[in-house]
Design a protein around this ligand. Structure first.
Ligand code: MN
Length: 490
């Protein structure tokens, strides 16, 4: 099968997500990760935007990355001049082609537009740029005009021709029609740029590839204007798993990349998001867990390891005995059939009340059902946390660790961070790592009960624990202490 190339536009279209703005350092960090990941082209920004943007693009272009570095530009010589000052390899030269855009946005004609576009292409080529000509709103343009533009632009030596579904209005049949027509005549590689306004971005991108496109435009987590762009993770895995296309990238790094972008753009990935969502490989239902334990393909589309993710089993009202037994065994608890049924009853009861059931809850349930009393290895004795506008947040804790008193303090970015760090310092000899921290406000208002969920990792084992209350610092510390007791208690 063909090898498909990736143009990642997380740093340009992705940054046009409402509310998202990366610092130059963040942009460079993302660019380096994309390069290590193996994307072919990094669209680093739109040079004309601001001096800061130009600086960002220039730094990325001069970082010595393997990927081709590109900048977005309109068909204006002033834009192109600024782009060239950023030391990029290529230009993503955007020309609006639909009658709607030509008439109402530019107030010009097809003929004039064509002339201006070819003129700009010549200007870019004279200055040694690789030119990726993009037909903006291309999917709402007559194929005859797209074809004419492609033929003439090819004579003017463009390097790639990309059709953009700028407003996300295309359906797969339309995409297929356009690329079938262009594909027959194309002497240069074709690209596709899709948006998700109708939830079709991935499907349209895949259809375009099947019709001959060799360069897909994507963003990490599908961020982008309005409903976003075609998500990198979905496009790659759909093309690879569904059709057998090849990529020069490490799919095992997908989740890491997704998490990094999620953190830097401060837009949480929805739990039910394909490939990278928190629930993408999480199973609760008893029937599913039973099937997966026998053979993972029964209820998993792809192997979690193939994108660097991990399979998780969670507890709730849909669980069955087999998964509970497995989770108890992971905690070193061997319950008999009768105990198991009793434990399951408790879990379902909590689930029916709408409660989440963590590993710590499971252990507590199992212990009470089996009449086992376990002395907790770690207890919180004292906690003080101070924050304000004039000094660095600081917290100190006194813990009883196996009857020994340990005191520690730490500063942090806020009182919660300081308190968590103080606990981590006090328990530094214990083999665990805090891998996730999440807060939910259960009721509204400043006196709301918050629920803190933490995930801890120790070797291959991952467990969840929670703490709740109206005091977010105490709830956080309790969640962590509960988790440490479980993960280091065995
Ligand atoms: Mn776009």
């Amino acid at each position: 099968m063909r090898t498909i190339k990736i143009l990642d536009t997380t740093l340009r279209d992705g940054e046009q997500t409402p509310g998202v703005s990366f610092t130059p350092e963040e942009k460079l960090k993302i660019a380096i990760s994309l390069d290590e990941f193996g994307v072919d082209v990094i669209e680093a920004g739109s040079a004309i935007t601001s001096p800061g943007e130009q600086e960002s693009i220039r730094r990325i272009a001069n970082e010595g990355l393997r990927a081709e570095i590109s900048s977005y530009s309109r068909i204006l010589k002033s834009d192109i001049d600024v782009t060239m000052k950023c030391d990029v390899d290529s230009i993503f030269l955007v020309t609006p082609t639909s009658r709607l855009h030509i008439k109402y946005k530019l107030g010009t004609t097809q003929g004039e537009l064509l002339e201006k576009t070819l003129d700009c292409i010549d200007y870019c080529k004279d200055h040694g740029l690789i030119v990726d000509l993009c037909a903006e709103d291309g999917t709402r343009t007559e194929p005859e005009f797209l074809l004419r533009l492609m033929k003439e632009a090819t004579e003017h030596k463009i390097d790639r021709y990309t059709i953009a579904d700028t407003v996300g209005t295309a359906i797969p049949e339309r995409i297929h029609e356009i690329f079938s027509i262009l594909g027959k005549e194309a002497k240069i590689p074709l690209g596709v740029h899709c948006h998700d306004d109708l939830g079709m971005a991935t499907a349209n991108t895949v259809v375009a590839v099947n019709a001959g496109v060799s360069m897909v435009n994507v963003t990490v987590n599908g961020i982008g204007e309005r409903a976003g762009n075609a998500p990198l993770e979905e496009v790659i895995m759909a093309l690879k798993e569904g059709y057998g296309y090849n990529f020069r990238i490490k799919t095992e790094e997908i989740l890491k990349l997704s998490k990094m972008v999620e953190k830097l753009c401060r837009i949480p990935v929805a739990p039910n998001k394909a490939i990278v969502g928190g629930n993408a490989f999480t199973h609760e239902a008893g029937i599913h867990v039973d099937g997966i334990l026998k053979r993972s393909e029964t209820y998993e589309a792809i192997k979690p390891e193939s994108v660097g993710a991990r399979r998780r089993f969670v507890l709730g009202k849909h669980v069955g005995t087999k998964s509970v037994r497995k989770m108890l065994e992971d905690d070193g608890i061997k319950a008999n059939e009768q105990e198991l049924r009793e434990i399951l009853k408790h879990i379902k009861y909590m689930g029916d009340k709408g409660k989440r059931v963590t590993n710590v809850d499971l252990q507590a349930i199992a212990n009470s059902v089996r009449g086992v009393k376990i002395k907790r290895a770690i207890e919180l004795d004292e906690l003080v946390a101070v924050a304000g506008n004039k000094f660095t947040p600081i917290a100190s804790v006194k813990l009883k660790i196996k009857d020994r008193e340990v005191m520690e303090s730490s500063t942090g970015t806020g009182p919660v961070d300081a308190a968590i760090k103080a606990i981590e310092h006090a328990t530094r000899d214990l083999p665990f790592e805090l891998t996730e921290y999440h807060v939910d406000s259960i009721s509204g208002g400043t006196d709301a009960v918050v629920q803190v969920m933490v995930e801890l990792k120790s070797k291959d084992r991952v467990i969840t624990a929670q703490g709740a209350g109206t005091d977010i610092i105490l709830a956080s510390v309790n969640a962590l202490v509960n988790g440490i007791n479980l993960i280091t208690g065995k």
